[in-house]
Design a protein around this ligand. Structure first.
Ligand code: PLP
Length: 390
């Protein structure tokens, strides 16, 4: 069995050892319900507070009270969007972008069916949101503007500060899906001024099945899950204490990592990977390379080579990469993000995403590049066999 080379960290990350160690006692010993009045309940309630405070520091949330823990970012996004549309009064227009995650696009498609007008703003060839169009479509009819901080497929970073400020100027509610930015870029929700910000633990070496929604002070929240007083009456259901504790620990680790040399080292590794591939293979294009990008992500196409075939062949040699977002990959559709950037369906289908993590080593990068080059050369040889002698 080949050694595993994990380059799919935008799909999910391994939980850090410190995260797992922090979580276990909350399964085994401190298993109390945080709402219980006895000592075990108290321990769990205190652990929730500690985790909430750690995440609030990572997000620049101002106060831990601004955060509601959820089952993940899909729920955090859905909660924000449903709440905004339930509380927006007579405004009926929603602005979003063509490159959002399905966790945003699908609830908004549902809102369209319920009579909201959904305006989708395009991106340029590098994946940057068309700010002029964004501004021109905002007016006093706009109920909600929703934009992601960084794209999960290309890593392209959107100027959310400006986009949110534009939307606030017309009095729209604002929502930012910060799932891919959280733990990879410094975030400051208070300064950003968005009404809602969604994040997820499993993208930053925390556990799966837990996320959080930041809600700006004074913003009304229509709870999505009713059924108990938890989370200050904002989300019913017994809290997933071990996972929340793990999220808090992951937030602390991410904050330490962001403050050090980690981001620079990671960008250098990603650049090394790209340079090796560009040097070894002809006709390689890197998507979004001209825009600011997350340090860990590269999305590229090897002309004439199927992305799916490349990922599968590379997988036989232990490399875990992806053709795009994990969810669209399993639907076998060309990426809506790459199509929005102007790629043809055939070009989008020749694309692969490699996403590194703060634990990725130089040796792994070199090994991954070797596997990819070998696999691409084999696929090209099959597609263009040498002419046989007459
Ligand atoms: N938003 C973005 C940008 C994502 O990348 C993801 C996960 O792939 C989600 C939302 C959904 O997050 P979760 O898996 O926590 O529901």
């Amino acid at each position: 069995m080949a050694t595993r080379l994990y380059f799919d960290n935008n799909a999910t990350t391994a939980a850090a050892p410190e995260v797992l160690a922090a979580m276990w006692p909350f399964h085994a010993e401190h298993y109390g319900n945080p709402s219980s009045l006895h000592s075990l309940g108290d321990e769990s309630a205190r652990a929730l507070s500690t985790a909430r405070a750690a995440l609030a520091r990572l997000l620049g949330a101002g106060s831990p009270a601004r955060l509601v823990f959820t089952s993940g970012a899909t729920e955090a996004n859905a909660t924000a969007l449903a709440s905004a549309l339930a509380t927006c009064g007579t405004r009926r227009r929603i602005l979003t972008t063509a490159v959002e995650h399905p966790a945003v696009l699908e609830p908004l498609a549902h809102a369209r069916e319920r009579g909201f007008e959904v305006v989708v703003i395009g991106v340029d060839g590098e994946g940057r949101v068309d700010r002029e169009r964004w501004r021109s479509e905002l007016d006093e009819r706009t109920a909600l503007a929703s934009v992601m901080a960084a794209n999960n497929e290309t890593g392209v970073i959107h100027g959310v500060d400006e986009l949110v400020a534009d939307a606030r100027r017309v009095g729209a509610l604002t929502h930012v899906d910060a799932v891919q930015a959280c733990g990879k870029l410094p975030l400051d929700c208070e300064r950003l001024g968005a009404d809602f910000v969604a994040v997820s633990a499993h993208k930053l070496h925390g556990p799966k099945g837990v996320g959080a929604l930041y809600i700006r002070r004074g913003v009304e929240l229509a709870p999505f899950l009713r059924g108990g007083p938890q989370e200050d009456e904002r989300r019913g259901g017994t809290e997933n204490v071990p996972a929340i504790v793990g999220f808090g620990r992951a937030a602390m680790l991410a904050r330490e990592w962001l403050a050090g040399e980690g981001p620079t080292r990671l960008a250098a590794l990603r650049d090394r990977l790209e340079a090796t591939l560009l040097g070894a293979l002809s006709e390689v294009s890197i998507h979004g390379r001209g825009a600011p990008r997350l340090a860990n992500t590269t999305n590229l196409r090897v002309e004439g080579v199927s992305g799916e075939a490349l990922v599968m062949l590379a997988s036989d040699e232990g490399l875990c990469a992806s053709t795009g977002a994990a969810c669209s990959a399993s639907r076998h559709r060309p990426s809506h993000v790459l199509l929005a950037m102007g790629l043809s369906p055939a070009q989008a289908s020749s694309s692969v995403r490699l996403s590194l993590s703060r634990y990725t080593t130089e040796a792994e990068v070199d090994a991954a590049a070797e596997v990819l080059v070998r696999a691409a050369q084999r696929l090209r040889a099959v597609a263009n066999p040498l002419p046989t002698a007459p």
